[in-house]
Design a protein around this ligand. Structure first.
Ligand SMILES: NC(=O)c1ccc[n+]([C@@H]2O[C@H](COP(=O)([O-])OP(=O)(O)OC[C@H]3O[C@@H](n4cnc5c(N)ncnc54)[C@H](O)[C@@H]3O)[C@@H](O)[C@H]2O)c1
Length: 392
């Protein structure tokens, strides 16, 4: 049976989510809600569903399975917490837009409440819900990358000193960390998806002179160096409209290992697999600087918008299949990880680039109903010497 969904927040992203639910067989869009009446009415009319002007009313009047939180707020995450707490308290699963919050303590509470209520809390970390990312992960699983050595991610809203315009809006204006908090959830989530948890991190932030001249507070250039728990090292460069990337389109990531390397170019567009020198399955040219031929797959897609229905479908699929809560793809805990890294990066920047260890994530409790107890060792036969040195 389709999951009954109510969307909260009816502007650009709420409309994108509502459209994805409407077109997905696993969902039934039943209502939308916005504090601004005209926005709720317009979206409700578009999809012939009921409009509400408060989440409380929507929860009281509709039998929902999922509340999809598409509000924004300060730093694009300040208004995620309140509707998420409200929906979880009402016993509803939640899909929330990124960043999970603009406040790391609030985000920890959101994850804690979902665990306490035993409900799904997913976050729209949509950038790795793509065909190139799926196939890149398959390369890792197939052993074609080997032990991961490095991960480089470069992302930037294209821009320049000519194109710069002081952007305002209540969510952004006056917040030095708007870009860091609103956006780095994506690049951190991609790096963590491929390389695991970050255990150490160091950052340098800056902004170009034209932002300084207009007293624009935003630290729009972010350079972050990190180490992963698995021993790999990583580097992220992010800029909000101060320069224009040449390589890799809007964002690109490269992950190099002891057996091969892959790169994703332009988020959804291309996957490049570079077998390592000496790989016995391919021809390795002999000579300094020469490497085997790369395998380049061009998916013919450039529209990053295609990530939304794909990610939303995965959330609907996980809830439909009742997967164990810790197996939920792009969970609240995963999003909390990205916010812990974001806050660690801010701490590093504010302290002159010191190394910071991000706060560890909450422990995943095993389900006591599904524990497989280890088999007790067979008792040694009478008069036989035990082979267990500890009992000698
Ligand atoms: N995943 C992505 O790729 C991606 C891309 C862009 C934006 N986003 C995120 O999507 C979110 C929404 O973006 P947007 O541009 O549509 O935001 P927006 O600020 O333009 O619209 C949010 C809407 O939510 C409504 N709202 C706020 N609090 C409410 C509440 N408690 N109850 C009901 N309605 C409420 C507001 O009235 C507004 O109409 C942001 O958090 C942003 O970070 C994600």
């Amino acid at each position: 049976m389709a999951l009954r969904v109510g969307v909260v927040g009816c502007r650009g992203i709420g409309t994108t989510h509502a459209t994805a639910h409407k077109n997905d067989k696993l969902a039934e869009l039943v209502a939308v809600c916005d504090l601004v009446k005209s926005r709720a009415d317009e979206l409700a009319a578009k999809f012939q569903v009921k409009a509400y002007y408060s989440l409380g009313d929507m929860l009281a009047n509709e039998d929902l399975d999922i509340v999809d939180v598409c509000t924004g707020g300060p730093e694009n995450g300040g208004w995620h917490g309140e509707p998420t707490f409200q929906a979880l308290e009402a016993g509803k699963h939640v899909l929330c837009e990124k960043p999970i919050s603009n406040d790391v303590e609030e985000a920890r509470e959101m994850v804690k409440l979902a665990a306490k209520k035993d409900l799904y809390l997913g976050v729209n970390l949509n950038h790795y819900f793509t065909q190139p990312a799926d196939e890149a992960m398959q390369l890792i699983k197939d052993g074609k990358i080997g032990e991961i050595i490095y991960c480089h991610l470069r992302t930037g809203f294209p821009g320049s000193e000519w194109a710069y315009a002081r952007t305002g809006g209540p969510n952004m204006e006056g917040y030095p960390y708007f870009h860091v908090k609103a956006f780095l959830a994506h690049p951190f989530s991609i790096m963590r998806y491929f390389c695991g948890n970050v255990c150490q991190l160091q950052s340098f932030f800056s902004k170009p002179s034209y932002r300084i001249a207009t007293a624009d507070p935003m630290v729009s250039v972010n350079s972050i160096h990190m180490k992963f728990e698995n021993g790999a090292v990583g580097y992220m460069f992010s800029s909000r409209g101060d320069t224009t990337n040449y390589y890799g389109g809007w964002w690109s990531v490269e992950v190099g290992g002891t057996k091969g390397t892959f790169a994703i170019e332009n988020c959804v567009e291309k996957l490049i697999y570079q077998p390592a020198q000496g790989n016995p399955d391919v021809v390795s040219p002999v000579g300094l600087g020469l490497a085997p031929e790369p395998v380049i797959t061009d998916y013919g897609v450039k529209d990053f918008g295609s990530t939304f229905p794909r990610r939303i479908h995965c959330f609907l699929e996980d809830v439909t299949n009742n997967v164990p809560k810790h197996k939920l793809r792009a969970s609240g805990r995963d999003a909390l990880a990205t916010l812990e890294y974001t806050f660690a990066a801010i701490q590093s920047y504010e302290n002159g680039g010191i190394m910071v260890r991000p706060q560890p994530l909450p422990f995943i409790k095993p389900d006591p109903n599904n524990l497989t107890l280890p088999k007790a060792p067979a008792a040694p036969a009478a008069n036989q010497p035990s082979t267990d040195v500890s009992v000698k």
